[in-house]
Design a protein around this ligand. Structure first.
Ligand code: BGC
Length: 731
């Protein structure tokens, strides 16, 4: 919880006691900047043009910037706005001045924005960053984003997005740290610390917003905004776990999810918002709806009209309405007619004002316009490079074709290679193209023997002439393939997660030449790459890595850096396997040779590349797993040796399996990891101390149970490659 001094608490109480009902409701209203005036094409069509790629994100931003905007100045003056979404330091100061000096009680605005993976310095998308398994990195990138954005007047990030996501069809897989509740929880805790932890100056921290509460990642068929249904046990063990961890870390705010959960939209779901979040977890910050979420309860068919939706939402525990104006329109009347208890309003306002107090906004609402960090300071670029390199996962490296040597002639093909605007990933809002390094530009830094051929294949037809030149020139062909930025993120679900366009065809055409082929795959979700995995010599999973993408990829491709990332999410063979994840419950008929077992008749059960998998230019050997019980702990030791020829980093993973329990348990669950660096020939003994308490699970009453019996302990280099030992434990 964010903590206030007694003096600050008293001040909040004093302000609340002076507020009129309308002013209180005003604090519960988040206005979004609305667009006024006309465009050459209707706004809806502009959005469509952005979505189908007719205009780039950069072009869209420029058009939007040229539009006239309504900043709700009058409403702020009248105390009818508590928050706004904005990214303009000068405007932020102007609006704060109105709030502080012209509104009756001088309450500052809390200004929010989607700063999901960096602000001006764009870091890897969360799905990629999670592949580093590096909590210190998670923290440092968040801290830097907090500082950069706070200087621009933003004091609230709609991040971290901590939806466990196991269905690669869902476009928002890109925004979160993957499929495993333990890794997502570690990520969530580090992000909260990074965003909120450095309170040495108000300019150093922002309020985090955990989203989306809850189970949005389980959207049926991977279709965005779709319904979710699940058992209480699954909800607690998987989807709630990261939220609980991050609330314990002191997260200031939470955003409710769009989806319904077991029939009740999260926006009006008091069981999850009041009972679990606020009561059971003791969350004392405030809850904001998702954009337009309250109004959508009418479409869900759970509310008769806007007023009904507003009443249900506020009763369920939504303290702030994002963007609909429904609270402003109806809550006051509902209190006056006695349909809504004013104590609910008071509680919401206290939560909101306490957060503003903790942010230091009453004393420091303004930012210094001189302090712009423009151009980006070099240590920010360094962190962007470090995080990008650590997020890359080497999936295949047949005959050690990588790293490439600088003397080889290299043909680069694929539309994404030279597009600097495609490196940033979904939900990048505050970036500048001049900061972005394309893959082609990055590769050129390390070799003069490179030529780029405009073969098309993604948004354009394949240019066979160019391809022929590429095949003639190169000793090796490097194909940059994958997804454009707008193919992942919100409202970007795909029913087929193979390489889009003609990219696979392009790769097949290269394959007929028998030239060595390397694929650099840049994408916002796991892609089903079965043919590619069988036919391409080397595959480098690079995701969308942020502004330093080109340099990071180049360092890995030419061997200046040894790859160390491990998958935060399973990579399926084919779309039809989705949702697919390593930590699934076992069936009564685990897939086997016999026909009547749980499997498909046309594809293997196993994934192409499992969670936790990733190669290095060196190799590691695991021996001497030793598990002993020590009071409340399991002491787990393992010896790891670098058996290759170069220094490398290894992410050592600890999994457990509860062999028999009162509820079917997952076949493996991550419980810890450590990252080590070893020189060639060097060995190290790694020890984990696993509290026995962590071996329990939530049952279908939502109670945590520790059940005695056999547990298998696994330590290894991926979820599918471990040493194991089974031990009997009595609780
Ligand atoms: C998204 C949220 C986001 C909000 C504000 C919504 O559409 O679901 O994740 O924070 O918009 O931009």
């Amino acid at each position: 919880m964010v903590s206030l001094t007694q003096v600050q608490k008293n001040k909040v109480q004093e302000i609340v006691s002076m507020m009129s009902l309308e002013e209180k409701i005003g604090q519960m209203n988040q206005a979004s900047v609305s667009i006024v005036g006309g465009f050459d094409v209707p706004f809806e069509e502009l959005i469509e043009m952005l979505t189908d790629g007719r205009i780039s994100q950069g072009e869209f931003t420029k058009i939007m910037e040229s539009a006239e905007q309504d900043y709700h100045e009058e409403d702020i003056r009248l105390g009818r706005v508590g928050s706004i979404m904005l990214q303009d330091a000068k405007k932020a100061n102007e609006l704060q001045k109105i709030a502080m000096e012209e509104s009756r009680l001088g309450i500052p605005l809390i200004i929010g924005l989607d700063v999901i993976h960096g602000f001006r310095t764009v870091f890897p998308i969360a799905l990629a960053e999670a592949c580093s398994f590096d909590s210190d990195l998670f923290l440092r990138t968040a801290r830097m984003a907090a500082k950069e954005s706070r200087l621009q007047g933003i004091n609230w990030h709609f991040a971290p997005m901590i939806d466990v996501s196991r269905d690669a069809r869902w476009g928002r897989v890109s925004e979160g740290p993957g499929e495993d509740p333990f890794l997502v929880s570690e990520f969530a805790k580090a992000k909260v610390k990074g965003l909120q932890g450095d309170t040495s100056s108000p300019m150093n921290y922002v309020a985090a917003c955990l989203k989306h509460f809850v189970a949005y990642g389980a959207a049926e068929s991977g279709r965005d905004y779709n319904t979710t249904s699940m058992s209480t046990s699954l909800l607690h063990n998987v989807y709630l776990a990261p939220f609980k961890a991050a609330v314990n870390e002191g997260a200031a705010t939470v955003m409710a999810a769009f989806n319904d959960l077991n029939g009740v939209p999260c926006t009006v779901n008091s069981e999850i918002l009041r009972d679990i979040l606020k009561r059971e977890y003791g969350f004392s910050g405030f809850v904001v709806s998702d954009a337009n979420g309250i109004r959508e309860c009418v479409s869900h068919g759970i509310a008769i009209n806007d007023q009904d939706a507003g009443l249900q939402a506020v009763n369920a525990g939504i303290d702030m309405d994002m963007g609909t104006g429904i609270y402003s329109s109806y809550l006051s009347q509902l209190v006056k007619t006695g349909e809504l208890d004013e104590r609910i309003i008071n509680e919401a306002v206290e939560r909101i004002l306490s957060t503003k107090m903790w942010l230091g906004l009453f004393d420091n609402p303004y930012v210094n316009l001189e302090d712009r960090m423009d151009p980006i300071p070099s240590e920010h670029i360094q962190l962007a490079l470090e995080s990008a390199k650590k997020s890359i996962v080497l999936l295949k490296n047949e005959n050690n074709i990588l790293p490439l040597n600088r003397e080889q002639k290299i043909s680069i093909i694929g539309e994404l290679a030279d597009k600097s605007s495609e490196v940033v990933g979904a939900w990048s809002i505050s970036w500048k193209e001049e900061d972005c390094v394309s893959i082609l530009d990055g590769l050129k830094q390390n070799s003069d023997n490179i030529r780029y051929f405009q073969t098309g294949g993604l948004t354009e037809p394949i240019n066979e002439e160019e391809l022929k030149h590429a095949l003639d020139f190169g000793d090796v062909i490097v194909a940059v393939v994958g997804e454009t930025v707008n193919m992942s993120g919100e409202a970007a679900s795909r029913s087929n997660i193979e390489l889009p366009g003609d990219q696979k065809k392009l790769l097949k055409m290269v394959k007929t030449s028998n030239k060595p082929l390397v694929a650099i795959v840049m994408n916002g979700r796991p892609l089903a790459l079965e043919w590619e995995a069988e036919n391409i010599d080397a595959i480098v999973e690079t995701w969308h890595l942020g502004i330093q993408m080109g340099n990071a990829v180049s360092d890995i491709i030419f061997g200046l850096t040894n790859p160390s990332g491990k998958l935060s999410v399973s990579i399926p063979r084919v779309t039809g396997q989705c949702p697919v994840y390593y930590n699934h419950p076992n069936t009564g008929r685990p897939g086997g040779k016999s026909k009547f077992t749980s499997k498909y008749i046309d594809v293997n059960n196993d994934v192409l590349y499992p969670f936790g998998f990733g190669l290095s230019y060196t190799s590691f050997n695991y021996t001497n797993l030793n598990v002993t019980e020590k009071n409340d702990l399991l002491a787990i030791g393992v010896e790891i040796t670098n058996t290759g020829k170069r220094q490398g980093e290894e992410i050592v993973q600890l999994y457990v399996r509860d062999r028999v329990a009162s509820i079917v348990r997952p076949v493996k669950e991550l419980k810890g990891y450590k990252k080590i660096s070893l020189e060639p020939g060097e060995s190290q003994i790694i020890e984990f101390n696993l509290p026995k308490n962590n071996l329990g699970f939530y049952d279908n009453n939502g109670d945590y149970r520790l059940e005695s019996g056999e547990f298998s302990i696994y330590v290894g280099k991926s979820s599918a490659d471990c040493l194991s030992q089974t031990i009997n434990i009595n609780f």
